[in-house]
Design a protein around this ligand. Structure first.
Ligand code: PAF
Length: 287
């Protein structure tokens, strides 16, 4: 079935163009993205449309959140496809600034994520959350959204953004949308295009490990982590091995690891490398 034809979104390239367009919009929801839009992004856009009169999607591959040796240059860029997807999803405005527009000079003032920026993804990717929060803060100032929509797939990013919005009084409603998975369980991600067929088969161990952990939730933190680790240990011996970076059960707000007697809400997180691709996934749990 083909999607119904919709008007193409208006494209703004500079904050000035965007401000002129924004002045004519009512209640607005922003979906910040780095492009290479997939079904997960379409879910974010659908959630945005339910909550506002106008939807702005930003498309910007943010150099500030990539460390040395990471995949900034290689990150998939597919602007024409992104515009088509945005048209199909009824997006009103696509904001796609260039790097020079977003960072006209050295970015000396940045947003400090606090302790959440130093653990898990923050420990593996030093400076990553400072880069994310800085660009999201700039996008918030440029777009002035009433609502901003993010995926729960990047759970630590979502928690850091919620905290920034609260601590710096942005006055924006942040909405988290559950992770979209492909039919085989792999969480959708723009980076999945890097995976060969064999790598993709191995990568399924991440969602299997989370499922196994979730199934053991009545046994508490030790049982959950044990069940997930068993799946990952087996996957480490696959022909295409899954190289575990971390497996952790954390508090959903602080991302500090929960104690063995923890009861209530938590998030089970995994990060691993398959071939040259680094993947993350998570599942929210109630213990
Ligand atoms: O999740 C992403 O795609 C990015 O981290 C974001 C939020 C668009 C900031 O560059």
């Amino acid at each position: 079935m083909t999607a119904p034809d919709r008007a193409a979104p208006v494209v703004a390239r500079t904050p000035e163009e965007l401000a002129r367009i924004r002045a004519g919009l009512g209640r607005t929801a922003l979906v910040p993205t780095m492009g290479a839009l997939h079904s997960g992004h379409r879910g974010l856009i659908a959630a945005a449309r339910e909550r506002a009169e106008a939807v702005v999607v930003s498309v910007f591959v943010n150099p500030l959140q990539f460390g040395p040796g990471e995949d900034y240059e290689r990150y998939p860029r597919a602007f024409d496809d992104d515009l088509r997807a945005c048209a199909e999803e009824g997006v009103d405005v696509v904001y796609a600034p260039g790097v020079e527009t977003m960072y006209p000079g050295e970015q000396i003032v940045t947003v400090d994520p606090g302790p959440i920026g130093d653990v898990l993804e923050g420990a593996s990717r030093p400076g990553h959350f400072r880069g994310v929060l800085t660009v999201v803060a700039k996008l918030f100032h440029m777009v002035r959204p009433d609502v901003a929509v993010f995926g729960q797939k990047d759970a630590q990013q979502l928690a850091a953004i919620r905290r920034m919005v609260r601590d710096l009084a942005f006055g924006i409603t942040v909405v988290g949308v559950p992770t979209v998975r492909d039919h085989d369980g792999l969480a959708t991600s723009s980076r999945n295009v890097y995976l060969s067929e064999d790598e993709r088969a191995s990568a399924l161990a991440l969602s299997r490990a989370l499922l196994s952990g979730a199934d053991a939730s009545v046994t508490g933190p030790v049982g959950i982590l044990g069940a997930a680790r068993e799946v990952l240990d087996a996957a480490a011996a696959d022909t295409v091995p899954v190289e575990l970076d971390y497996l952790a059960l954390v508090d959903a707000h602080t991302f500090a690891e929960v104690p063995p007697d923890h009861r209530g809400e938590a998030v089970l997180l995994v990060a691993a490398r398959v071939g040259s691709t680094r993947l993350i996934d998570n599942v929210p749990l109630t213990l």
